[in-house]
Design a protein around this ligand. Structure first.
Ligand SMILES: O=P(O)(O)O[C@H]1O[C@H](CO)[C@@H](O)[C@H]1O
Ligand SMILES: O=c1cc[nH]c(=O)[nH]1
Length: 237
């Protein structure tokens, strides 16, 4: 048990899906998993374990932002023996090529966060996703005929910038950053530190260029596709 998690050792499967939203964790558990049980409810940051296609898998909410995700991921790895961590999130779009409902597989994650920056002294560390998980997720998205993009994500500590629209993102969109969310860079940094495998898959829900947004019904359908890919990748890992 930890200050943030009352699950017992062995309560989590070796592979865990990580949505930010606790209610998304509950929805994933109830919609997709068999033999499911709740393993954590501390602070309502819900965690569940069950099976997918007969294989054990867990889902744990991380809350929003890199400080919150870092707590859950650190504890999942160090107290619960988790080996494979797949974030299933939503993100904003920073490139007109990426349409709402498209998946972004975050090959790398750029960040403005001191959580990552301050650990590396004079170096600019490049947080990257696990190649095997990335390759498998891309192949499955391809096979399902889904629109997906593999690229560099921004993991920002800031949701509401002082500057309007794209201005807050400076020259990043002109350097291949295709989406913005708030957790992937910390996830990849912790996975590197503890020699675990991690991937971030996001559904683009709001384009900061066109202002197009996904509606509630489309969001549900797209998240369903994203979650089944993540579950398939998790149990194959
Ligand atoms: O939908 P989730 O997984 O929470 O991800 C995105 O949504 C939240 C911001 O609204 C941040 O956590 C961001 O990363
Ligand atoms: O962090 C996020 C998530 C979704 N949409 C955004 O614009 N930012």
């Amino acid at each position: 048990m930890t200050p943030h998690n009352h699950a017992k050792p062995g309560d989590y499967a070796p592979a865990v899906l990580l949505p930010g939203d606790p209610l998304r964790a509950k929805w994933i558990a109830e919609t997709f998993l068999a033999d499911v049980r709740q393993v954590n409810s501390v602070r309502n940051c819900l965690g569940f374990t069950g099976t997918w296609q007969g294989k054990p898998v867990s889902v744990q909410a991380t809350g929003m932002g890199q400080p919150s995700l870092s707590i859950y991921v650190h504890e999942l790895i160090n107290s619960y023996g988790v080996e494979t961590l797949i974030r299933v999130g939503t993100c904003g779009g920073l490139n007109a090529r990426v349409k709402v409902r498209d998946l972004i597989l975050a090959q790398a994650a750029t960040t403005d966060s001191s959580i990552v920056r301050d650990r590396f002294g004079p170096y600019n560390f490049a947080p990257i996703g696990d190649f095997g998980l990335l390759r498998d997720a891309a192949a499955r998205a391809e096979a399902k005929g889904m629109r997906y993009h593999v690229g560099n994500m921004l993991s920002s500590d800031i949701f509401y910038h002082a500057e309007p629209g794209l201005e807050g993102y400076g020259t990043l969109p002109a350097h291949g950053i295709i989406g913005v969310e708030m957790e992937a860079a910390a996830l990849y940094t912790l996975a590197a530190r503890f020699d675990k495998r991690a991937l971030t898959i996001c559904t683009m829900t709001d384009c900061l260029i066109t202002k197009a947004e996904i509606d509630a019904e489309q969001r549900q359908t797209s998240l369903r596709d994203m979650v089944t890919i993540a579950l398939d990748v998790a149990i194959a890992a």
